[in-house]
Design a binder for this molecule. Structure first.
Ligand SMILES: C[S@@+](CC[C@H](N)C(=O)[O-])C[C@H]1O[C@@H](n2cnc3c(N)ncnc32)[C@H](O)[C@@H]1O
Length: 320
């Protein structure tokens, strides 16, 4: 059975992206197609046929989303396996030049987090994998067993922001001498022991697992490269929204949008966070933040100009 994925901030995403009549959406993180379904339903409610160009690195998610979208909205979606860094190629392959709106809903989906065989969860025993694209490498096991103690500490400290990074890295290196790590639970227990057990509501392995997931999937590097790529696909007067879930990815999006506004090709809209009843219904939404920009209408039909602006060092976040 496929796990349910509740799209985070769905109402807000649709409000800011304005599906309107016949709207074309680039969904850079298609997942199980929750937001894209919402988009197509909204365009249908307006009495028109919308379109989605959807991309995901995870073939399992893509397969599920494609079947769901095709069943509910036949002929309205074009899906591609790959990273949102390839947004332009995906949009062109769908036979269009640009889109009215673009969405990136970052992080992992429930499909990935809840399936113990994918190795994302520290709560259940499973292979230590954590790859969004199973064809990529290294797996989390390869990373944990093959990295130096200094590299482990660096990743756990930078991407997990764990104050116990040094002790955790040391414990991993000592423990893997007995036998290489292959199982999520064994790693979670090792991390929990090294960090002195549970203190608050959070499991003590939360930060280390987040760090490993970010590292093996190169999440922050892809985000840095993907933001200007996705922005390039949005028509003048269109909108681009990103849902972030932790400080590190949010800082990258915030900087890119701020620098893009300063470069003069877009304006920022107010950020949104989930209301308390959404957090109650869907606890995974609690750390979500929705950031949105609107590209300037003057750029309509002048994608080349937008490309130049997006690619400029200022727009890439070179200045503070
Ligand atoms: C939070 S889920 C998206 C859920 C989706 N909005 C929905 O409503 O079903 C994030 C998805 O982004 C995908 N993903 C992560 N990094 C990606 C990247 N660089 N390019 C494309 N997809 C990516 C993951 O595989 C995952 O399926």
């Amino acid at each position: 059975m496929v796990a349910a994925h509740v799209p985070v901030l769905l109402v807000d995403v649709l409000e800011v992206l304005r599906p309107g009549s016949g709207g074309r959406l680039f969904d850079g993180t298609l997942g199980l197609g929750g937001h894209s379904s919402g988009w197509l339903a909204a365009t249908a409610a307006a009495g028109t046929t919308g379109m989605v160009v959807g991309v995901d690195r995870d073939p399992q998610a893509l397969h599920t989303a494609e079947a769901r979208l095709e069943a509910a909205f036949p002929g309205c979606s074009n899906v591609y396996r790959g990273s949102y860094e390839e947004a332009t190629a995906a949009v062109r392959a769908a036979g269009i030049r640009d889109v009215d709106a673009a969405l990136m809903d970052l992080g992992a989906s429930s499909l990935q987090l809840d399936d113990r065989e994918r190795g994302f969860s520290f709560r259940a025993s499973g292979p230590l994998d954590m790859l969004m694209d199973p064809a990529s490498s290294p797996t989390a096991a390869e990373f944990v067993n093959g990295s130096s103690e200094a590299d482990l500490e660096d990743v756990i400290s930078r991407y997990g922001e764990d104050p116990h990074a040094r002790r955790i890295a040391r414990a991993i290196v000592v423990e893997r001498r007995r036998a290489p790590f292959t199982d999520t639970l064994r790693l979670a227990e090792c991390v929990a022991r090294a960090s002195g057990g549970r203190r608050g509501r959070r499991h003590p392995a939360t930060r280390t697992f987040q760090a490993l997931r970010i590292a093996v999937n190169d999440e922050l590097g892809r985000l840095e490269r993907g933001l200007p790529e996705v922005a390039r696909c949005v028509r003048g007067g269109g909108r681009m929204a990103v849902v972030t879930f932790h400080r590190l990815e949010d800082a990258i999006v915030k900087r890119f949008f701020r620098d893009s506004e300063r470069a003069g090709w877009c304006r920022r809209l107010p950020d949104r966070t989930p209301a308390s009843d959404e957090v109650r219904r869907n606890p995974r939404s609690r750390s979500a933040r929705l950031r949105t920009i609107e590209t300037l209408p003057a750029l309509d039909g002048s994608q080349r100009e937008l490309e130049t602006r997006v690619a400029s060092p200022v727009a890439r976040g070179g200045t503070a």
